[in-house]
Design a protein around this ligand. Structure first.
Ligand SMILES: Nc1nc2c(ncn2[C@@H]2O[C@H](COP(=O)(O)OP(=O)(O)OP(=O)(O)O)[C@@H](O)[C@H]2O)c(=O)[nH]1
Ligand SMILES: [Mg+2]
Length: 222
């Protein structure tokens, strides 16, 4: 048996490095993960509490970015995705204006989705909203046109938001919509087995999970 610590969050952020996940969690919560213009700034998960009106709140998790090949361990791999296993909603954060003109946000979307599917088909089925970030890098009309073009090329049918995590544009509407949607979303799946460790050091937003045994590790009795 293997003992794992998992963080508990309602909403998880998914995206390539530099998409602006940490900037977004800083914009909507008191969490202060580091933000920088190089990939893999975030090296471990961070939780932020988003406070809404009327005492309501939800917890959002920022995890390290994923890159193509993450399922085989490229970059920081996919192991941090386990912290999203109990979320009820995923936000797929896309950089709408990557610095390299050859980088296509729609291609990046498909690449990340592929890594997610390879990690866990169940997690890939979880409700996922599209968050198109860095709107401030373009004139408003151009940003809107680029947003529409991304949605059209993805044939995106679900909720989608044009935001700027840097200026806060669109962020209030995003968190309000999340707050309204969460009560309607299916509950997070229960882990197979849980261990009650009382007041574990990691606080109320963590749980220990006993993973099923890998029987290949066991030797047969003589
Ligand atoms: N102009 C602009 N820059 C942004 C915005 N959001 C993030 N950035 C910049 O993009 C870079 C990456 O931002 P981060 O928030 O660190 O990105 P991340 O997705 O957390 O990256 P990793 O931790 O490496 O996965 C930083 O230089 C940010 O200042 C935005 O809305 N507009
Ligand atoms: Mg980050």
């Amino acid at each position: 048996m293997r003992l794992e610590l998992r963080l508990l969050a309602d909403v998880g952020l998914l995206g390539f490095p530099n998409a602006g996940k940490s900037t977004l969690i800083r914009a909507v919560s008191a969490a202060r993960p580091k933000v920088a213009d190089y990939p893999f700034t975030t090296l471990r998960p961070h939780l932020g509490v988003v406070r809404l009106a009327l005492e309501a709140s939800f917890v959002i998790a920022d995890i390290p970015g994923l890159i193509p090949g993450a399922a085989e361990g490229a970059g920081l791999g996919t192991r941090f995705l386990k912290h999203l296993s109990r979320t009820r909603l995923l936000l797929h954060v896309l950089d709408m204006a990557p610095p390299d003109p050859d980088t296509d946000p729609v291609m990046q979307f498909h690449e990340l989705e592929e890594e997610l599917r390879r990690y866990s088909p169940a997690l890939a089925q979880r409700p996922r909203w599209l968050v198109v970030n860095k709107a401030d890098l373009m004139e408003p009309a151009a940003a809107e046109a680029q947003f529409r073009s991304i949605l059209r090329r993805l044939d995106w049918q679900g909720p989608a938001f044009l935001i700027s995590a840097a200026t806060g544009f669109g962020c209030a509407e995003l968190v309000q919509r999340i707050g309204r949607a969460l009560p309607e979303l299916p509950p997070a799946p229960e882990p197979s087995r849980e261990v009650d460790w009382g007041d574990a050091d990691e606080g109320e937003n963590a749980e220990y999970v006993l993973e099923d045994a890998d029987w290949d590790d066991w030797e047969a009795e003589p």
